[in-house]
Design a protein. Structure first.
Length: 535
């Protein structure tokens, strides 16, 4: 997650570097050239979350034009820009060796994660301030809520798919470990591309260089690709300061945001830290955790590596090998959606779906085990507790019936998979809306299903509720796949898993397609309203 203010105070210790090369116009993967680079220190190890937010930030800068700014940046466009970034990095001479995404964050960072959710809610609250009577500001919203899993899907659909790893720890520790392993194997330098300041002080190899995404500029001119960035050599930085490790220095800089690097080095040299519990805790957070999946069945590990990071985190916490005390809840954090914070949380939609999924995975845990789901409640973070109950199979039968029924009603020849799942999501969103005394018109439903962009706060919130229901089905899908790998599925659950396997990528589910027309959705919207009225 990084050490606040560290990068800024180390900027003058970096070296501005320019890399140039020629793009691979054919998109071909030249194995001989890649093998040659691998042997000569021309590899890039990438911090995945940092890459996703860097690309999204660039997209928003390009599209931020006041009132015309995009309310919801396009997942498709961000995915395309991500693969273009990777193509450019290879064009300037660095093989994409690995792209790591956080699969588990330490329990010690629970408070920090709550603060981040609260920051997002503050952004939403500011964006919800009306410019006119019922209009929301389009240029102050937080980043898209499903940015990271959407970027992962985009990379997995490209030629870089084999590089992606969702790891059972924070990405930075795996980046550092892989750089050390590469240097040990080849004697050459690895380049880590990141915005995580932790990597500026972690042990990552004697030659490893850290390339910061902040300030990184890429240019394409004719047949040339150029990348300019600030790079750091942590081992050389430590050597120049005459210290074995930069972690004590970083510790003092984390305690005093005004302390310079030189002053922190001097303080670290004269301060004994062997018995300092605060330092021990700080140091431990920078280390790779003891938990690993080396003893876990390979088929289960494969499933864990394919999960969305937030879902993977929950799954890892429920593994027998995970270092969690008997009474410590397993956590899942559901980021606030692009919603109206004056209303109830959009995650109310799909709650029963998630409840059934949680109870399924809890059925294999001790009775004392529970799941705490962190979501928005008002403008604060709230944890809802879920415990195992035997009735979850009946709920699964219900979802099998709903999804198969819609598939029969809207067969593939008449509707895309994205349209079918959006229809289901709208049903759950409307039901949750109606339970709380809210009603949408047919026209509003059509606009939401067509992904036209909200014209009011009601539409904004209902759209977020649709997305919540869609992602709840995705949680169910991924936990069912894990259940299959760990314990097997009976016929009923296998049928449900097969139905959920038809879910397309997030970019297809959450963004408009050519098939989304008024003619297609008009009668269906009217039917949805009628269904809710009958309940």
């Amino acid at each position: 997650m990084g050490i606040p203010g560290l990068t800024l105070r180390l900027l003058n210790r970096g070296q501005w570097t320019t890399l140039e090369g020629r793009p691979q116009h054919s998109g071909a993967d030249d194995k001989a050239e890649r093998d040659e680079r691998d042997q000569h220190g021309q590899i890039a190890i990438i911090d995945g979350p940092g890459l996703a937010y860097h690309v999204c930030g660039g997209y928003r800068e390009d599209h931020n034009s006041g009132a015309a700014a995009d309310l919801r940046p396009s997942y498709r466009d961000i995915g395309r820009r991500t693969t273009e970034f990777l193509e450019d990095i290879e064009a300037v001479g660095l093989n994409i060796h690995a792209i790591y995404f956080d699969g588990v964050l330490p329990h010690t960072k629970l408070a920090t994660r709550k603060q981040r959710l609260e920051k997002i809610m503050s952004q939403l609250k500011e964006a919800n301030q009306p410019i006119t009577a019922n209009v929301i500001s389009r240029n102050r919203f937080p980043d898209p809520p499903f940015l990271v899993p959407a970027v992962i899907e985009a990379i997995k659909s490209s030629r870089f798919k084999e590089s992606v790893r969702v790891v059972p720890a924070e990405a930075d520790s795996y980046c550092a470990e892989e750089a050390i392993a590469y240097e040990t194997r080849t004697g050459k330098m690895a380049t880590i591309i990141t915005n995580d300041s932790d990597l500026l002080v972690q042990a990552s190899g004697r030659q490893t260089r850290i390339m910061l995404l902040t300030g990184l500029v890429r240019n394409r001119e004719l047949d040339t690709v150029k990348a300019e960035a600030n790079v750091f050599f942590p081992a050389k930085l430590a050597s120049a300061a005459y210290v074995d490790s930069l972690i004590p220095t970083a510790f003092f800089m984390s305690q005093d945001y005004h302390l310079s690097f030189d002053a922190a080095v001097a303080k670290a040299k004269k301060t004994p830290l062997q018995n300092d519990t605060e330092f021990a805790s700080f140091q431990k957070e920078l280390e790779k955790p003891d938990y690993s999946t080396l003893e876990v069945n390979a088929s289960v590990v494969e499933v864990l590596e394919q999960m969305d990071p937030r879902i993977a985190e929950l799954a890892h916490q429920l593994m027998p090998e995970f270092p969690r005390t008997r009474d410590q809840p397993a956590n899942i954090f559901l980021v606030p959606l692009l919603e109206d914070v004056s209303k109830f949380s959009a995650w109310i939609s799909g709650q029963n779906i998630r409840n059934a999924a949680y109870r399924m995975v809890l059925s294999h845990q001790p009775r004392s085990c529970c799941i705490e789901e962190y979501t928005r409640r008002g403008i604060s973070v709230h944890a809802e507790t879920y415990r195992s109950k035997p009735a979850w199979r009946e709920d699964m039968e219900h979802y099998t019936s709903i999804i198969s029924g819609v598939r029969d009603f809207l067969p593939p020849r008449k509707a895309t998979a994205a349209q079918r799942f959006n229809y289901i999501a709208m049903y759950y969103a409307l039901a949750a809306f109606a339970e709380r005394g809210h009603v949408l018109s047919q026209e509003e439903i059509i606009r939401i299903l067509m992904k036209d962009g909200p014209e009011s706060r009601e539409e904004l919130h209902a759209s977020a509720m649709c997305q919540a229901a869609i992602y709840s089905l995705r949680i169910l899908k991924q936990l069912l796949t894990l259940e299959k790998a760990r314990h097997g599925l009976d016929e009923e659950l296998s049928t449900l898993e097969d139905l959920l396997e038809e879910m397309p990528p997030l970019s297809a589910l959450l963004e408009r397609d050519a098939a989304d027309t008024v003619d297609f959705w008009e009668d269906l919207a009217e039917g949805l309203l009628g269904t809710i009225d009958q309940e």
